[in-house]
Design a protein around this ligand. Sequence first.
Ligand SMILES: Nc1ncnc2c1ncn2[C@@H]1O[C@H](COP(=O)(O)OP(=O)(O)OP(=O)(O)O)[C@@H](O)[C@H]1O
Length: 479
Amino acid sequence: MPAFPFDNSYATLPDRFYTRLAPTPVAEPELIAVNEDLAARLGITLGDDREVLAQIFAGNEVPEGAAPLAQVYAGHQFGGWSPQLGDGRAVMLGEVVAPDGARFDVQLKGAGPTPYSRNGDGRAWLGPVLREYIVSEAMAAYGIPTTRALAAVSTGETVLRERAYPGAVLTRVASSHIRVGTFQFFAARIDVEALQALLDHTIARHYPGAEGPLGLLNGVMQAQAELVARWMGLGFIHGVMNTDNMALSGETIDYGPCAFMDTYEAMKVFSSIDQFGRYAYAQQPQIAAWNIAQLATALLPLMPDREAAIETFTEAVNGFAARFDAAWQGVLSAKLGLEGAREENAALAFDLLARMEQGGADFTRSFRALSGPEPERAAEAWAAPGPLAAWLETWRARLAEEGVSEAERMARMQAVNPALIPRNHRVEEAIQAAVGGDYAPFHRLNAALRDPFNDRPEIADLQAAPAPSEAVTRTFCGT
Ligand SMILES: Nc1ncnc2c1ncn2[C@@H]1O[C@H](COP(=O)(O)OP(=O)(O)OP(=O)(O)O)[C@@H](O)[C@H]1O
């Protein structure tokens, strides 16, 4: 029998933080995938009965020690205030404490209606479940803070969206599901007691030692500055950075309309609902700062002297840009095999990015080519290769200045510039095949993404940039 090392702390918060309820059972659960490595890391014993696992990860059977609940939150969605959100289709089974003492939420996404479902059906279809599985696990393989995918099951039920699709449930693991929107929910009600409890809980869980609201704010700012810089280093566009999708833990959460860019374009947008490009690639740091400002506002009721706090918090939030710049400079330097968060290295990278944009360069392939033995040929695959010679010369000079040998340059760069990303057209292909009953492309893509920094001839097709006819330029929340 599967066994989970549950120890539920969120459930000890006052009951206005959640609604206790069990997942709604589904008709015919079948296990699509279970992440054995992650289960081992969490101290979960799976056993080898796939049918039992399907029952558990579909929500048909609640494992021993679970305290299932749906969390309440609020949030700004595309800048507009939604006072009442919450887990509308997710049920947290409980928290597990891993053998190393780390604490994680285990949540079923697509587990049926909750009091926060509004008009939704509480369900998910196969597409978004597989997308989140693939992309969140890829992020983990890159070493980026992220929620993880423990399992995916099909439900044997139909979910109605723009048409009928097979239903599915994702088991998501997160170091917590506390969002900026969780704080906003209680701040909007001026529920100071709840805010204080949430502050204490969040600090204990994620920022031990942080002092009060300002300590938390600074911790979250640093985590988000680093996170967004790391996303951008991979050409990742989150796509829906609403305040309910910003986790206090600093993990990437909600893989709805996200995408990795193929061709580099600073203002690239994939999400079909992001009409005005609010969440475009290069907008992400500004949006993170905006979200942080909402967190600061939500923390204000905890401050005895409101006027003084507004001043302190404003100054702190204004510091986000410098935190981000430092993180971004570090990421860019590393991508070029250079050291440290140095402005001149970042300037060199900006120059390269401008040339890439003009040349219609594939983001991932270009950096990978620069990481190889013949960086001089990096621009050859660009749609409109411009002259790169002068740039290469300056770059080589910088490397020489830092005393980076050729072998060291390649080793460093190949460890941060991936050979493989979950390209949109490949993710779509895997989803389409799965809808038709063939999970092989999903499993192949997943397996390949476990080792994303090594070139292998057998995955050349997955590594390649899409031909113009293959490129997927739009993603849909398609919940
Ligand atoms: N099918 C659905 N039924 C009920 N509620 C839903 C459904 N889809 C989304 N929601 C709710 O709408 C809100 C916004 O949705 P969003 O797509 O950002 O979240 P999500 O992907 O469901 O969850 P998360 O942010 O936890 O990854 C959330 O409160 C979510 O629970």
